[in-house]
Design a protein around this ligand. Structure first.
Ligand code: SF4
Length: 222
């Protein structure tokens, strides 16, 4: 079945990230990832088979949350070709859609109506070489066409903060996109990141994963 997806989990929770943090959201988490970030909090998706579901079955699950914001995440959701018919079908329902992607795969086929949350992998992720920098040009074009995409840096150290700040400035990211700086909880104290942002008067958004604060220790279903 070409239009089937390997689903890690379907769940309804509070959106914990992005400028939409705090809002109710229906999540579709797909299996598989081509990266191995050092801090990954969803590494259970890497090799799991998951549940094989058709696009129609996933949309049927969504029907219990009519009109609600929907996010597709992973793993890396763009690895599965059937994600595109799924996106098309969800958009046809008139929902606001978010797509979390690692930034390592080209986003050219993602419709502009989807709000892409694009990661840029920092050095301490050990995945910087996997960043597909062409995506930044695509994001600019999407922005001109009216997309509301966001860019996220997950930060593990002071070195990551400096690196991310250089990238933000080099590519003038703040001009066009909300830029999210998100600390890895066990590695970078949020107050250290906050102090840097304030000191540099950097107009980025400090993002603390809201769901981890509400449900500490829970890795799935939130
Ligand atoms: S891209 Fe996301 S799911 Fe994949 S290894 Fe990195 S943090 Fe984990």
């Amino acid at each position: 079945m070409t239009e089937s997806l390997r689903i890690s989990e379907l769940f309804y929770s509070v959106q914990g990230e992005s400028t939409h943090a705090g809002l109710p959201c229906a999540f579709i988490r797909l299996c598989g990832c081509n990266l191995r970030c050092s801090y990954c909090d969803s590494c259970y998706t890497w090799n799991e088979e998951g549940r094989l579901m058709s696009v129609d079955e996933v949309c049927a699950w969504l029907e219990q949350y009519p009109g609600l914001m929907t996010e597709i995440t992973g793993g890396e959701p763009l690895l599965q070709e059937a994600v595109y018919p799924l996106i098309k079908k969800i958009l046809a329902q008139g929902r606001e859609m978010l797509l979390e992607t690692s930034g390592s795969l080209n986003i050219a086929k993602v419709p502009e109506a989807v709000r892409v949350i694009l990661d840029i992998k920092c050095p301490d992720s050990n995945m910087t070489a996997q960043n597909d920098w062409d995506n930044l040009d695509l994001l600019r074009k999407r922005r001109v066409a009216g997309s509301q995409d966001e860019i996220k840096f997950v930060l593990s150290s002071a070195e990551d903060i400096v690196w991310a700040t250089q990238i933000v400035q080099q590519y003038n990211l703040i001009e066009l996109f909300p830029v999210l700086f998100s600390p890895v909880p066990e590695r970078l104290p949020p107050d250290q990141l906050a102090a840097f942002i304030l000191q540099e008067q950097l107009p980025v958004r400090l993002q603390l994963q809201l769901h981890r604060q509400i449900w500490p220790g829970r890795n799935r279903g939130v």
